[in-house]
Write a protein that binds this ligand. Structure first.
Ligand code: DGT
Ligand code: CA
Ligand code: ZN
Length: 580
């Protein structure tokens, strides 16, 4: 799991080069490499061993060599060199999202500000706005960045942490005498960000389990080692892992308790009290007598409820729904059989349509929407109009040959600043699937931005709006958009909304997905993969849908290829009719 560390070093090199005023292309190359490495779901070490590092987008000979250097030595000579040249305080500033190296340098050199606290204070006292090239807006942005940084320090994206948690579970299973083992806490509930990793086990030899746990290779520091609970800090982002060994007779009660959420637990406990029961992590008790708790179902049963899926346990109405027998039948992970949003070599993706289909087959998927960027997005290799026919032909030929996995010829068409689309209608209508997204002009005010998306939704050839709020977890706030209005217009125009499953996006989020579902809007899950293995994030999108109370019918990815194509055609036919 060195990927994160390599990406981090590349990102810092880019920042240091920027402070030095180095060549912007070189800087961009490091940034892009960092981004692509971070998003990999395979180990760099594995790719290096197979001599495949250069298959990562943005990695050429030189960067591949540098990756090897980091894997072998733990650092990069060039990075160490740069660090010697540039003061460490300045480096700290670069962690603040939206606070670029040039401005950081000015603040450091002219105001002598050395810590983030000092910087925060200076912004609040408006001491920065007096500097040339700075203004009240800059101060506001820096303060926003500091807020984001503080949030980010506390919580990490689920998509990053889940594989670490699973790795630990698999090592414990392999190397220690565990019987039952589960990941609990916010990860089990599939919350979009998590603070720490909670793991529960049962074992006949708890001491041995603890021994193995605290000496796992990814452990950086042992915080606590006990007979029933141990805590460690990992090398990955310094995240904490709590491992609890539980008595088998109360495993279910402990699992329910440590899965949470706290708000949900409190409601369950209250229901217990009403029935004269005490429910906690040690079991279900009537007086002194333990009357159950070995299985999680017993906890719910004891208070007259059916088992509630972990994704719903947030005290957002699930208790009432369970009491009324109206829990949703959540869409299942394996009911999602298509990935609607994948970028291929036809734009800025690094995989061919054949590779995408092969990976889809490996994931058990039946179809993929090949949605490349449109012509105007030059930085993202947007597909010029004259090339669309060729792509369409390639996909048609592929589909003729392929018996199982089918591809859709799609586009992620850019919504321009004035709300018009980056391809004219007569071009859009050639695609099987049209997702319209915003990629620029985030600084517009709420009304302008919202109306931009509304006009895109009114276009009869647009089937779906991509990453509707534009947020990036820990990096960028949503753009100012009136989501209620978007949902309302989506319902009126029968336009689907995307649940973008890329681990930093998860956009729509759970709460907005639920609002959309309740308004009768269909949701479409897409990974936005730019290299095939990012398609493995699809399950994160399903998790958002489940946390948003969505059922099978709410999610278009549960349709088979033919049904999905028909549905898309129906959207357009309906919109055309409504327009005339
Ligand atoms: P996180 O770690 O912030 O991402 O979210 P959680 O939900 O994993 O929270 P965490 O790790 O602090 O605690 C794990 C679970 O333990 C939590 O979901 C519910 C349970 N829990 C913790 N503290 C309390 C408490 O004071 N009362 C009750 N009823 N449950 C608690
Ligand atoms: Ca937790
Ligand atoms: Zn996009």
């Amino acid at each position: 799991m060195k990927n994160k560390e390599v990406a981090e070093i590349f990102r810092k090199v880019a920042a240091l080069l920027e402070i030095k005023g180095d060549n912007p292309y070189r800087i961009r190359a490091y940034q892009r490499a960092a981004q692509n490495i971070e998003a990999l779901t395979v180990e760099l070490e594995e790719l290096a061993a197979q001599g495949k590092l250069e298959r990562i987008p943005g990695i050429g000979k030189d960067l591949a060599q540098k990756i090897k250097e980091i894997l072998e030595t733990g650092t990069l000579e060039k990075y160490e060199e740069l660090k010697r040249e540039i003061p460490p305080e300045l480096l700290k500033f670069l962690e603040i999202p939206g606070f670029g190296p040039k401005k950081a340098k000015v603040v450091y050199e002219t105001l002598g500000i050395k810590t983030i606290e000092e910087l925060e204070k200076a912004c609040k006292e408006h001491r920065l706005s007096q500097l040339p090239g700075f203004g009240p807006k800059t101060e506001e942005n820096i303060l926003k960045g500091i807020r984001l940084l503080k949030q980010k320090k506390g919580r990490l994206p689920l998509g990053l942490v889940l594989p670490w948690a699973e790795e630990i579970v698999s090592l414990l299973k392999k190397r220690s005498p565990v019987d039952r083992i589960d990941i609990a806490g916010s990860i089990r509930r599939r919350r979009e960000t998590v603070k720490d990793i909670d793991i529960l086990v049962t074992s006949k030899d708890p001491l041995k389990v603890m021994e193995v746990f605290v000496s796992l290779p990814m452990v950086e520091e042992v915080l606590l080692k006990g007979e029933t609970k141990s805590s460690v800090r990992l090398r990955y982002e310094g995240i904490q892992v709590d491992l609890r060994v539980v008595d088998p007779v109360c495993y279910g009660a402990a699992l329910a308790y440590f899965t949470g959420s706290k708000a949900h637990n409190i409601r369950i406990r209250e229901l217990g009290v009403q029935r004269g029961l005490k429910i906690n992590e040690y079991g279900i008790f009537r007086g002194q007598e333990r009357i159950g708790g070995q299985e999680e179902e017993e906890v719910f049963e004891a208070v007259g409820l059916p088992w509630i899926p972990p994704e719903l346990r947030e005290d957002r109405g699930e208790i009432e729904a369970a009491q009324a027998g109206r829990l949703p039948r959540l869409v299942e992970y394996d009911e999602v059989i298509g990935d609607a949003h994948v970028h291929s070599k036809w734009s800025d993706g690094s995989s061919s349509i054949e590779e995408i289909a092969a990976f889809a087959r490996k994931l058990g998927l039946k179809w993929v929407g090949i949605c490349d960027h449109s012509q105007g997005l030059k930085v993202a290799g947007g597909l010029p109009i004259e090339k669309i026919g060729e792509k369409k032909e390639a996909i048609r030929n592929f589909n003729k040959r392929s018996k199982d996995v089918k591809l859709l010829c799609g586009t992620e068409v850019d919504i321009l600043a004035d709300g018009s689309l980056d391809y004219p209608d007569e071009v859009l209508k050639e695609f099987d699937l049209v997702i319209a997204s915003i990629h620029s002009g985030f600084k517009q005010d709420e009304q302008t931005l919202t109306e931009r998306i509304v006009s895109a939704m009114k276009n009869p050839f647009v089937h779906c709006i991509g990453h509707p709020t534009g947020r990036l977890l820990g990096e960028r706030e949503p753009y100012p958009v009136n989501i209620e209005r978007l949902i309302k217009v989506a319902a009126e125009t029968k336009t689907a909304l995307e649940i973008n499953a890329y681990y930093k996006r998860l956009d729509l989020n759970d709460i907005h997905s639920r609002a959309a579902k309740e308004a009768g809007v269909k949701l479409l899950i897409g990974t936005d993969a730019h290299i095939v293995d990012q398609m493995s994030y699809l399950h994160l999108g399903v998790a958002v849908a489940r946390r948003g109370w969505c059922e099978r019918d709410d999610i278009l990815n549960t349709l088979d290829y033919k049904e999905f194509l028909n549905h898309l055609r129906e959207i357009t036919a309906w919109k055309l009719k409504a327009r005339s």
